[in-house]
Design a protein around this ligand. Structure first.
Ligand code: 13P
Ligand code: SF4
Length: 320
């Protein structure tokens, strides 16, 4: 599609959204053209919070499956559309509800202290239904710090984020061994080389990255926190260790600054060696238009699951 066709399609999407009283949400990791048509762009926490505040009949969630589910759980009376139902998440997939259930049972035996289950928002509705409190990368530290000091905590599914929270809070949470295939693949070697070539440059990393990457970083935070840092920092150049979609918003907010993405490790036999999440990239303008036109695919969450999951999400919103 050339630029003129793209502009035409963007306009058609905006007109259709207006006609249908629909609001379009996009995560920072989506394609630039998707972020450009969105009414709200944000990180996982901001998108969930914003969804509960808008007055609309239809919510279109351009992100991945668990984000659409979270939106539907929080807004059960609204029609929630997701441009591609197959847009999954390797991290959410690394924790199946039945496996987590067994993990909780195994770690509740031989103790009278019931564990508190804390789950990252990158999980299925079924996992959230087994969870006491959901967290995002924006509020994880703040929420864990509010839990009783002697609590036995199970944290999943992101092992890197869990280790980071343990190191900041001094807790000893029991960690699920899951990971995001994008964030866990950033190359330490490439990062060290970039630092050597760009002395004094600030390194910004998402806490889903491995500990060796975080150890080399000046700022660790959610996509929103990293974006805000680039705006307020007096530095002019930044090395960024998170999904490269965020660079669009960073460059837009700071046109005079330079952003250098950290490349991933090149794994033999793995086709893609880019730092993009292919699931996020499944959101295209054509699919957004079609889903608005057909009001499909629509997100549905089993009522009983939603009832259990909503309390762990609401607990997060109260504690944020
Ligand atoms: P945040 O939006 O909380 O920064 O999380 C990043 C992510 O991996 C979303 O899929
Ligand atoms: Fe999931 Fe990683 Fe993609 Fe985020 S970047 S949606 S955690 S696979």
């Amino acid at each position: 599609m050339n630029l003129a066709e793209q502009d035409k399609l963007k306009q058609s999407i905006c007109e259709l959204a207006k006609k249908k009283n629909a609001v379009i949400f996009a995560h920072y990791y989506t394609r630039p053209e998707i972020q450009e048509i969105a009414d709200f762009i944000g990180d996982s926490l901001a998108l969930a919070q914003q969804a509960t505040r808008v007055d609309a009949d239809i919510l279109v969630m351009c992100g991945v499956h668990f984000m659409g589910e979270t939106m539907k759980i929080l807004c059960p009376d609204k029609k929630v559309l997701i441009p591609d139902m197959n847009a999954g998440c390797s991290l959410a997939d690394s924790c199946k509800a039945e496996d987590l259930k067994q993990f909780i049972i195994d770690n509740s035996q031989f103790t009278d202290q019931k564990p508190i289950v804390v789950s990252y928002v990158n999980t299925s509705a079924d996992v959230k239904a087994l969870t006491d409190v959901v967290v995002t990368s924006s509020n994880a530290v703040k929420i864990v710090e509010q839990l009783p000091a002697d609590a036995k905590i199970i944290f999943g599914p992101d092992h890197n984020l869990g280790s980071y929270i343990n190191s900041v809070t001094g807790r000893n949470m029991l960690l699920w061994d899951g990971a995001c295939h994008v964030h866990s693949r950033f190359s330490l070697e490439a990062l060290l080389q970039l630092k050597a070539e760009n002395p004094g440059v600030e390194v910004l990393a998402h806490p889903e990255c491995k500990a060796v990457i975080l150890a080399q970083s000046d700022v660790i935070g959610s996509t929103k926190a990293l974006l805000e840092h680039t705006i307020k920092s007096s530095a002019k150049r930044f090395i960024i260790a998170t999904e490269s979609g965020i660079l669009h918003e960073m460059q837009k907010a700071c046109p005079d600054k330079e952003f250098i993405p950290v490349p991933p490790e090149v794994t033999e036999g793995v086709g893609c060696s880019c730092n993009e999440c292919e699931y996020m990239r499944m959101n295209t303008l054509e699919k957004v238009y079609d889903c608005l036109l057909n009001e499909s695919p629509e997100m549905h969450v089993n009522e009983e699951t939603a009832r259990k999951a909503v309390s762990s999400i609401n607990r997060m919103l109260e504690m944020s």
